[in-house]
Design a protein around this ligand. Structure first.
Ligand SMILES: Nc1ncnc2c1ncn2[C@@H]1O[C@H](COP(=O)(O)OP(=O)(O)OP(=O)(O)O)[C@@H](O)[C@H]1O
Length: 326
């Protein structure tokens, strides 16, 4: 007698189940489905005094989970607009933006609030804006966990105290736990702000000019803190900055120009067999999903390229030359 289970029994999926599994596997996955951040042709239009400003003009950006990325660009290029969208503080006019798999265009007001509390952490430039002045450092860090709506059981309170202590320790300010913001330096306040932003274990930590109000040495310490958080807590970190020092501090620097990502610099560290470390840097221009690239202005000026260029396909590269019919 056969011991094979019958089709449709508990061990063997039915034909219907097999069909829906196959359909699910074959279904197109949303763009950047596995990425921490996936922006696809994001547009943001502001209207002020009946004048429209296109702050983002079809911006593409993918950030992998666990990455540490700096966003740079001239004033007015759209960096803060992008960060506000990623933070769930503002909604895009068009395009698609996903953070940790959540569609930022499709969230209700309630989901958006929850998203801001649980999925993203935010550090602002103004040190005072990040913290409640009348609470101590540890009370500030515990606050987002309390607001999350957890029941106030002794076990929950213990967990909160433990996470607060771990975060303050990881950020090197364990001994300052009982101080209020006014009793802390600007750099120490930003460290507390990072701990606050991380309290609910966000998938992504966003920071807008977090060192803008700090001197160079203190700023270097804060970048170190972001690196530590990225490395030890595996948090994805995106920092908007004007600070030229940052490019030398992070693996990936993305430049935004006129509301679009225009180029990026990747840094790689290699250690040879003698233990000698070398850092190589390469600049890339962005290629969008329709095949458009934005060439660096300096390259175009150097070769006097305007309006159109001659493009030829070689075996392993594409050649672009000035228009020779002009
Ligand atoms: N709420 C708003 N209403 C109208 N226009 C706005 C608004 N916010 C930003 N803009 C405009 O959108 C464009 C992009 O601004 P954004 O603040 O994103 O630039 P940025 O790169 O962050 O600049 P900065 O480095 O100076 O902070 C600018 O032209 C700005 O004037």
């Amino acid at each position: 007698m056969s011991t094979e289970p019958m089709p449709g029994s508990a061990d063997v999926p039915s034909l219907q189940e097999l069909r829906s599994r196959a359909l699910a596997a074959a279904a197109p996955r949303p763009y950047g489905a596995d990425a921490a951040i996936a922006c696809d042709r994001v547009v943001k239009i502001f209207t002020a005094d009946r004048v429209e400003v296109q702050a983002l003009q079809g911006l593409d950006l993918t950030v992998d989970r666990g990455d540490l990325v700096a966003l740079v660009g001239a004033s007015g290029s759209g960096k803060s607009t992008l960060l506000n969208i990623l933070a769930g503080l503002d909604a895009p006019t068009a395009g698609s933006a996903r953070v940790d798999g959540r569609d930022l265009l499709a969230m209700s007001a309630k989901e958006r609030l929850r998203y801001r509390r649980e999925v993203v952490g935010f550090v602002w430039q103004q040190t005072a804006r990040n913290l409640m002045p009348f609470l101590t450092a540890e009370q500030n860090v515990a606050l987002p966990m309390q607001l999350r709506g957890e029941r106030s059981t002794p076990a929950a309170a213990r967990r909160r105290r433990q996470r607060t202590a771990e975060l303050l320790e990881a950020l090197d300010i364990g001994e300052l736990a009982r101080r209020r913001p006014a009793e802390l330096s600007g750099g120490q306040q930003q460290r507390v702000a990072i701990a606050v932003a991380l309290a609910n274990e966000p998938a992504v930590l966003l920071a807008d000019e977090p060192t803008g109000e700090l001197d160079t040495d203190t700023a270097a310490g804060i970048f170190d803190a972001f690196r530590t958080v990225n490395r030890e807590l595996a948090t994805t970190v995106v920092i908007v900055t004007h600070d030229p020092m940052v490019a030398g501090e992070v693996r990936r620097t993305v430049a935004i120009r006129d509301g679009r990502t225009s180029s990026e610099v990747l840094r790689r560290t290699r250690i040879d067999e003698h233990g000698t470390e070398t850092v190589s840097e390469r600049e890339y221009v962005m290629l969008d999903r329709t095949g458009r690239v934005q060439l660096p202005a300096a390259f175009l000026t150097a070769l006097g390229m305007q309006h159109r260029v001659a493009a030829d396909l070689a075996t392993d590269h594409i050649q672009l030359r000035p228009d020779d019919t002009a």
